[in-house]
Design a protein around this ligand. Structure first.
Ligand SMILES: C[S@@+](CC[C@H](N)C(=O)[O-])C[C@H]1O[C@@H](n2cnc3c(N)ncnc32)[C@H](O)[C@@H]1O
Length: 349
């Protein structure tokens, strides 16, 4: 367990690092760093989860339950006119007033994401693959709630120009550099399956609320985008299977090969596997690729995935987008772009 001083430092560092991206969390974090009674709430989490964003998500979750509504006035995603003044005294009061609920959340939840904005950089790669091989059978590994499996139901807008499907309640917006080959129409999807070691059921109110709570309140568009994607998923629930990436990937690719060209995606999941797990994952996909044509779109940080065969510097923390193909048993790796972690921009190489 982290000692109080180490946790205080963690809040201070987080506050300094995020004050631009998230003025609300930046400010609150610097105030928490000086407040042992609030820092202490985080100590019920397992050591690797004793991170400021877990406490912030737990308080956000309270607000989404309708508790502590006086604090919601400071959250840009929960109000139309954000209250003026220092939100910390109210944040502190709400956190301490709901201490028991907070401790229960902090002790049992991990931070979670399912980022539909990442479909912005998937789409051109899907089109490259579909142009070559025809209808796609998509397996999203580390799919979370499976929201990105609904990519054909989203609208896409690049550099403010709508290009596909205008009219969806989810509009994936991306600014581009370089010249990404933007498709004029959606690639054909024959079948889609998601795989996750701890999948989120979109019908589970509490689990979905937690996913929403993990979005930073200073990103109201991302927050409403997530809610819209959940609505789409609820109207047509994705086929999400529970299982470990390394163990289940081969079997699911075989299942999908009956429907179309197997296309695997991984976005910000293989960092959870560690280097040996990453190597084992590649070996499992390689094993299928030796006997069946398939493609794998990788959106991961090279610094956090040294076990992948992707060109990238060992300290490259940014999302690198690559396409790995197996054709007649031969594996080819192509690095395509760098991207914002949530898909807000991509730089096509
Ligand atoms: C940061 S989230 C990313 C979710 C999604 N890929 C996206 O881009 O929005 C990582 C996901 O990977 C899942 N995960 C972690 N380790 C896994 C494993 N060994 N096998 C399958 N899924 C895993 C987590 O449960 C979580 O849902």
């Amino acid at each position: 367990m982290e000692d109080q001083a180490a946790l205080a430092r963690r809040f201070r560092d987080f506050g300094r690092a995020t004050s631009k991206a998230s003025p609300l969390y930046g400010h609150l974090s610097l105030a928490i760093a000086e407040d042992p009674n609030v820092i202490e709430l985080l100590r019920v989490a397992p050591a690797p989860q004793q991170i400021p964003v877990l406490l912030f998500a737990a308080v956000h979750d309270l607000l989404l339950r309708g508790l502590g509504s006086e604090l919601a006035a400071y959250y840009p995603n929960l109000t139309v006119a954000v209250a003026e003044g220092d939100p910390y005294p109210i944040f502190r009061q709400v956190a301490l007033d709901h201490r028991e609920v907070l401790l229960q959340t902090i002790a049992t939840r991990n931070t979670q994401t399912n980022e539909v904005g990442r479909c912005a950089y998937f789409l051109p790669v899907f089109a490259i693959v579909a142009d070559e091989v025809g209808p796609l059978a998509h397996l999203d590994v580390g799919t979370s709630a499976g929201l990105n499996l609904a990519w054909p139901k989203f609208s896409y807008r690049y550099d403010s120009q709508p290009i596909i499907n205008s009219g969806s309640i989810v509009v994936v917006d991306c600014s581009t550099r370089g010249a990404p080959p933007l498709p004029k129409q959606l690639p054909q999807l024959a079948r889609a399956i998601g795989l996750d070691v701890a999948p989120i059921d979109v019908a589970d109110e509490e689990a979905v609320r937690w996913l929403e709570a993990c979005v930073w309140p200073d990103q109201p568009r991302r927050f409403s985008q997530l809610i819209a994607a959940i609505e789409i998923a609820r109207s047509s629930p994705p086929d999400v299977r529970a299982g470990d990436a390394v163990i289940a990937v081969g079997k699911l690719i075989d299942e999908l090969a009956e429907y179309g060209h197997p296309l695997v995606t991984t976005s910000w999941v293989l960092n959870y596997l560690g280097e040996s797990g990453q190597r084992a994952f590649v070996a499992a996909v390689d094993e299928v690729g030796a006997r069946c044509d398939l493609s794998w779109v990788v959106a991961e940080s090279p610094a956090q995935t040294p076990g992948l065969p992707i060109p990238g510097a060992p300290d490259e923390e940014i999302t690198v987008l690559s396409l790995v193909t197996w054709r007649r048993g031969r594996r080819v790796v192509r690095r395509l772009a760098t991207a914002h972690p949530h898909g807000a921009w991509m730089n096509w190489e």
